[in-house]
Design a protein around this ligand. Structure first.
Ligand code: RM4
Ligand code: MN
Ligand code: MN
Length: 424
């Protein structure tokens, strides 16, 4: 481990006085800070195994070195994040990018670092070397029965890998769709996809969930067969009680009201959880909270209100995952920033005065409603989130410590500059 516990203690001692002052001032201003600290401590976000290296675009890739070369090294990277922030206690794997050669050993390694496995992801959007049939014209929607069979069997294999690791959900994201008008019969494509999903659903262990992820466009540019939350919801409700709709924040058309989508999916008991990221234009996969932190807060406001209305456990009842790609930042720094942004938005939402908001809504007091939301949003809650980290044994300032400890330099020395991880 590149950052020892002693280094965290020393770091925290340096920053403690300043932190304690900021925390005390904040505690004076807000209701029940202890509750928020405790809930934030419990709130863990899964790190995507495919985002531990440098991402890229179709134009180029500019790696920064020291990327994890194996699943073991990916787990070490997530363990490092978790040690620093005590908020990244899970990892989400993508198959076949991360097939564990020795599942028992991988499971033990993860749990020795306090990590569990969140949803496993299947991949029928790329052709793998030696694969019998191509996914060029889709996978679960394909006209050819043999292609569909191959894709169905791949999903079943992903479930088996997940079972060996203690995962309890399968995320299916399909790139299926069409690039040009007339290419596809929408209804028949939907029906073939549904039938394929039904076979996969039938193979789900009883305590598993299926997450059906939607995306508006890319790589297909005219239609996507699971293109929006309505379509995902249709599949999920036809599939049955173990199927849910997964929201990836970057998968909407511009300006979509994601918080409203979240509220209604929760109302129907059909929200799977999230792939967090941020975007300005499309599926930009940027650091969570880097472009539109207010939207993130509004989403969490609906989440907290909606989960409480259904008596749900905030930390455990939905899947909380990041799905990002880092083109210019150090991937680990980017992920530290993302987890911080998520926990901050969660803390803010916990402090919304729901009773006052309800009253404002009932009185059509629009100005008051805005004041209530922005009162919390504009309060700097970072000391609360830092306190949650501190109490769990993490660092007061994870990103600073990551830099002070020279983690990236050490990773490059260990793994080499040209180490290249699997993923996007
Ligand atoms: C997709 C989608 C999926 C992710 C792949 C790598 O755009 O967001 O969730 O598994 O990218
Ligand atoms: Mn995603
Ligand atoms: Mn995406």
């Amino acid at each position: 481990m590149l950052v020892h516990k002693a280094a965290i203690t020393a770091h925290n001692e340096t920053h403690y006085a300043q932190h304690a002052k900021a925390l005390a001032a904040l505690k004076d201003r807000i209701a029940d800070p202890e509750r928020v600290i405790k809930l934030v401590q419990e709130f863990q976000v899964a790190i995507p195994s495919w985002a531990l290296g440098t991402g890229g675009t179709r134009f180029g890739r500019f790696p920064g070195g020291g990327e994890p070369r194996s699943l073991e090294e990916k787990i070490e990277d997530v363990a490092l994040l978790h040690r620093l922030n005590q908020g990244s206690g899970a990892i989400s794997l993508h198959i076949p990018w991360d097939i564990p050669s020795n599942p028992k050993a991988i499971r033990e390694l993860a749990s020795s670092h306090g990590l569990r496995f969140d949803a496993v992801n299947s991949n029928t959007f790329q052709d793998q070397p030696g694969q019998a049939h191509s996914y060029k014209f889709g996978s679960l929607q394909h006209l050819n029965e043999q292609v569909r069979r191959q894709a169905i069997e791949h999903n079943m294999e992903v479930i088996r890998h997940g079972e060996a690791l203690g995962s309890q959900a399968l995320t299916v994201w399909l790139s299926d769709g069409s690039c040009f008008p007339g290419q596809l019969n929408f209804r028949k494509a939907f029906q073939r996809t549904l039938e394929s999903l039904q076979e996969i659903y039938a193979a789900l262990p009883k305590d598993w969930k299926m997450f059906v992820e939607y995306k508006a466009f890319e790589p297909n540019f005219y239609s996507m067969t699971v293109g929006d939350w309505g379509q995902s919801y249709l599949y999920a409700s036809k599939l049955g009680p173990q199927a849910y709709t997964l929201v990836d924040l970057g998968h909407h058309l511009p300006n979509a009201n994601i918080e409203q989508i979240v509220s209604l999916l929760l109302m129907e008991g059909k929200l799977a959880g999230f792939h967090f990221n941020d975007s300005k234009y499309g599926d930009d996969d940027l650091t969570v909270g880097s472009i539109n932190p207010y939207q993130l807060f509004l989403i969490f406001n609906e989440l907290v209100e909606g989960m409480d209305a259904r008596g749900m456990n905030h930390a455990a009842d939905l899947g909380w995952m990041i799905d990002a790609s880092h083109n210019v930042k150090d991937p680990l720094e980017d992920l530290l920033q993302s987890v911080e942004a998520i926990r901050l938005a969660y803390a803010q939402a916990l402090l919304v005065d729901q009773a006052a908001l309800r009253q404002a809504q009932e009185n059509n007091d629009v100005a008051a409603a805005q004041e209530i939301l922005q009162e919390v949003y504009r309060t700097d809650l970072r000391p609360l989130v830092a306190e949650a980290r501190l109490r769990s044994g993490g660092a007061l300032r994870p990103l600073d410590l990551f830099r002070e400890a020279g983690v990236r330099k050490a990773l490059i020395a260990q793994r080499g500059y040209h180490a290249h991880t699997t993923g996007l």
